[in-house]
Design a binder for this molecule. Structure first.
Ligand SMILES: Cc1cc2nc3c(=O)[nH]c(=O)nc-3n(C[C@H](O)[C@H](O)[C@H](O)COP(=O)(O)O)c2cc1C
Length: 188
């Protein structure tokens, strides 16, 4: 079974994106293992810090370098990405020539109370992933509008149609990962 490194673009304790990621993890049990990486401890990106690399950065980059696959679950901020996620993307992409994202198969999703379900943020994220030379699954897209009770406190999706859709996403992502040869070394 493949392990998916999960990056949630929110540090909030009550994050609805973390809740969605946990719900998808539950639906993926037995098909994909999820490994959540906390990006909230990363300092703000600054080239100067490479001279004495912060431990949090070293640990994060090693996790990305070792990842079999990446799942981003992100809020939308001002019709783009939250800064915490941009920061994490930046750290693992540098220094020049040492981009840890290269060749990583990835999928994106996100949730908001808003009607368009983080569509614009996801579009921006897909573009950045492509620039970083990741392999991003195209379909299905998950634009998840958070509604009260849709995911309960045990991370169970309460609506059967939504549960079936997210289960299809898990199956499609697992199949995508089976098709992608992540063992092939790629140059950064
Ligand atoms: C600075 C800021 C900008 C936001 N911009 C958007 C936006 O462009 N689109 C949207 O749907 N929601 C927007 N929101 C609302 C978020 O979707 C909402 O706060 C959500 O709960 C954040 O995700 P989280 O619960 O996982 O932290 C914004 C929130 C903040 C704090």
């Amino acid at each position: 079974m493949k392990t998916v490194t999960v990056i949630v673009g929110s540090a909030r304790t009550g994050s609805i994106n973390l809740k969605l990621a946990r719900a998808v993890e539950k639906l993926a049990q037995g098909r994909l293992a999820f490994d959540f990486v906390d990006i909230s401890g990363l300092p703000m990106y600054n080239d100067d810090l490479w001279a004495d690399t912060p431990e949090a950065v070293t640990v994060f980059k090693e996790k990305i370098a070792a990842a079999e696959a990446v799942l981003f679950v992100t809020p939308e901020f001002n019709r783009s990405l939250p800064p915490i996620l941009v920061n994490a993307l930046s750290w693992a992409s540098k220094p020049y020539g040492q981009n840890a994202w290269v060749g990583k198969p990835a999928a994106v999703m996100g949730t908001t109370p808003g009607a368009i379900g983080t569509a614009v943020a996801q579009s921006h994220l897909r573009y950045i992933c492509t620039v970083l030379d990741m392999l991003v699954m195209g379909q299905p897209e998950v634009y998840f509008q958070t509604k009260p009770g849709l995911i309960d406190d045990d991370f169970t999706v309460t609506d059967e149609t939504t549960k079936a859709f997210l289960t299809t996403f898990v199956e499609r992502f697992a199949a995508f990962l089976d098709r992608v040869d992540v063992k092939t070394p790629v140059a950064a």
